[in-house]
Design a protein around this ligand. Structure first.
Ligand SMILES: CC(C)(COP(=O)(O)OP(=O)(O)OC[C@H]1O[C@@H](n2cnc3c(N)ncnc32)[C@H](O)[C@@H]1OP(=O)(O)O)[C@@H](O)C(=O)NCCC(=O)NCCS
Length: 135
C-alpha cells in the first residue's frame, strides 16, 4: 500500500506560492498548480527520452486541499509506463505552510507525454540514437 505520509517519486520542481498566483477566493489558482505539474512531468519525460516532448493527455487530476500564499509547493514525478513513443507519469504535489512545515499531499494526476523528433512527430522513447549518444 502507498505511504500517504510522504511523497512518492523524484522531486522535479520546488517553488513558493506567491500572491500573483491566487484565484478570486484568495487561494492558489488550480491552473497555476497544474502548469507546474505539467512542467515537472515534462522534465521527467525529457530526462527519460532525451528529446523534445509534449503533453498529449492529463488524467485523474485531483485537488485534495487548498494551497495558500507562502506555501512551499513541491512536485514529485514517478514514471509509471513507457510505451513506444509515450510516457505516463504520476505527479504528486506536496505543500508545506510556514506555520506547519509538515508537507501534505495537495494534488495528484497522471500526465502522458510523447517523445518528438525535430519536426514535432512522435518518435520512439527507446531508440538507438539519442542526443547524448551523439556527443
Ligand atoms: C503529441 C502528438 C504529436 C501526438 O500525435 P498523434 O498523431 O496523436 O500520435 P500517435 O497517434 O502516434 O500517438 C503517439 C502516442 O501518444 C499516445 N496518445 C495519443 N493520444 C493519447 C491520449 N489522448 N491519451 C493517452 N495517450 C495518447 C498514443 O497511444 C501513442 O503512444 P505509444 O506510441 O506509446 O503507443 C499530437 O497529438 C500533438 O502535437 N498534440 C499537441 C501537443 C501539445 O501541443 N501539447 C502541449 C499542450 S498546449
Amino acid at each position: 500500500m502507498q505511504d500517504e505520509t510522504k511523497p512518492s517519486g523524484t522531486l522535479v520542481i520546488q517553488v513558493l506560492a506567491m500572491p500573483k498566483d491566487t484565484n478570486a477566493n484568495g487561494d492558489i489558482f488550480g491552473g497555476w498548480l497544474v502548469s507546474h505539474m505539467d512542467m515537472g512531468a515534462g522534465i521527467a519525460a525529457r530526462f527519460e527520452a532525451r528529446c523534445r516532448v509534449a503533453t498529449v493527455a492529463i488524467d485523474s487530476l485531483v485537488f485534495l486541499r487548498p494551497v495558500a500564499i507562502g506555501d512551499v509547493v513541491a512536485c514529485y514525478a514517478s514514471m509509471i509506463r513507457i510505451g513506444r513513443t509515450s510516457m505516463r507519469i504520476h505527479m504528486e504535489v506536496w505543500t508545506a505552510s510556514p506555520a506547519d512545515e509538515v508537507p501534505k499531499k495537495s494534488a495528484e494526476g497522471i500526465f502522458t507525454f510523447v517523445a518528438l523528433d525535430m519536426s514535432g512527430r512522435p518518435q520512439p522513447v527507446k531508440r538507438s540514437t539519442r542526443i547524448e549518444d551523439d556527443q
